[in-house]
Design a protein around this ligand. Structure first.
Ligand code: PLP
Length: 394
């Protein structure tokens, strides 16, 4: 069977019951409400929205987000940018660092076709990027990343000015065509760890610290006579705080669109828009014991790095049954569960909807989205979308 691409689990027009399992299913109505809520949030505050597409890896969804007002999307990898650009996305920010010369040459080629931005956090990265861009005769927007508490990429806030200066030293010689160079576009100040701090107060405190560092970094840049046009960052767990800071001009949240179980476990941020679960793994009971049921979706169908899925709408716990199996057992219904949960074990052949623990790596396990209109009970498949950047890890 080598070379045979797996067929999608359903076709447009199929009723929900006909979607083969396990399948990655989008509740389109819920996704569109999430899309509009975040677009409205940014618009009402005069902020740019650049959702993170590393989450959905879909050119179609990126285009929907841009049609609703996003300036473009973020990705984390060059190959993700290439996949989305091939699908018609023309404004992409690689919110990550690259130092490999072969990749930088490819990046510069891509920048000849679309508006492209990238992060830097080293002098070597700036010099290699500048050389590649000059060879290609194109312009790339460059953001200096600062470490605002994650302890991952990024220079200390106090070092931002020196790196920005180095970027500016590689500006195009003139505005004329074919003039390659780097355009300093501002700062990336993203605090990943803050997103999953459970209490709203802890997240607020972490972002308060990030904002202070972003201000410091801005000052080291502007005091050297360089304008700092933008601070970009924020994720689904914290964007309300970056938005209120007066420092960030662009929000990069991604997971809000699908809302995984891990984000739903966060204590809600006061005044934040409410996002609904819109991404599910449809599974089926394939075996039944006295006190457990077995579904056909194990950790090859959903990621487990942020914990196991939640069983949607039923008083059931999901335990890991291996690569291809999930074990369901009855749990006591939490009092006041909303909507009310279905009690008891499902029967053989029953459908069980799983809310993945973490949407990004779950999506990367699937070739297609099955986009469902009309809800999980009675919906009809409206479209099948490829996960364009699946496996794009380079
Ligand atoms: C740089 C950057 N920005 C934004 C995000 C979006 O975060 P989320 O999908 O949690 O909203 C991520 C996610 O890891 C990220 O790495």
């Amino acid at each position: 069977m080598s070379g045979v691409h797996p067929l999608p689990a359903a076709r447009p027009g199929d009723p929900v019951g006909r979607i083969a399992t396990p399948a990655l299913v989008i509740d389109l109505d819920a996704m569109e409400r999430n899309l509009q809520r975040m677009a409205a949030f940014a618009r009402e505050r005069g902020l740019r929205l650049r959702p993170h597409a590393k989450m959905h890896k879909s050119a179609h969804i990126a285009r929907l987000q841009m049609a609703a007002g996003a300036v473009g999307v973020c990705v984390q990898k060059l190959s993700e940018a290439q996949a989305l650009a091939a699908g018609g996305v023309d404004n992409i920010f690689i919110s990550n660092e690259l130092v490999d010369e072969a990749k930088l040459t490819e990046l510069a080629q891509l920048a000849r076709q679309i508006r492209l931005a990238v992060c830097v956090d080293s002098g070597l990265g700036v010099d290699r990027l500048a050389a590649a861009v000059r060879r290609a005769g194109c312009v790339v927007d460059v953001l200096v990343e600062i470490d605002v508490g994650q302890g991952r990429c990024g220079v200390p806030a106090t070092a931002a000015g020196a790196l920005a200066h180095q970027v500016v030293s590689h500006a195009p010689a003139s505005d004329g065509p074919g003039q390659g160079g780097l355009r300093f576009a501002g700062l990336q100040a993203y605090h990943g760890r803050a997103q999953h701090l459970r209490s709203a107060a802890e997240r607020a405190q972490a972002i308060h610290h990030a904002v202070t560092l972003a201000r410091t970094a801005q000052a080291t840049i502007t005091s050297g006579g360089i304008a700092c046009p933008l601070v970009t960052g924020a994720g689904t767990g914290s964007f309300v705080h970056e938005a209120a800071s007066g420092v960030y001009g662009e929000l990069q949240a991604g997971s809000y669109l699908f809302m995984d179980r891990d984000y739903a476990d966060n204590q809600a941020t006061p005044d934040a828009p409410v996002f609904e679960h819109a991404l599910f793994v449809k599974s089926q009971v394939m075996s039944r014991g006295q006190s457990h049921a077995v579904v056909d979706a194990g950790h090859k169908a959903h990621a487990v790095d942020s914990g196991l899925p939640r069983v949607w709408g039923r008083a059931l716990a999901y335990a890991n049954g291996g690569d291809e199996h999930g074990l369901l057992s009855v749990v006591v219904t939490p009092s006041g569960a909303e909507p009310p949960l279905l009690e008891g074990l499902p029967g053989l052949g029953d459908t069980v909807w799983l809310v993945p623990g973490h949407c990004d790596p779950t999506v990367n396990l699937h070739d297609h989205y099955i986009a469902l209109r009309g809800g999980l009970q009675h919906g009809v498949v409206e479209a099948v979308w490829p996960v364009d950047a699946r496996g794009c890890l380079r």
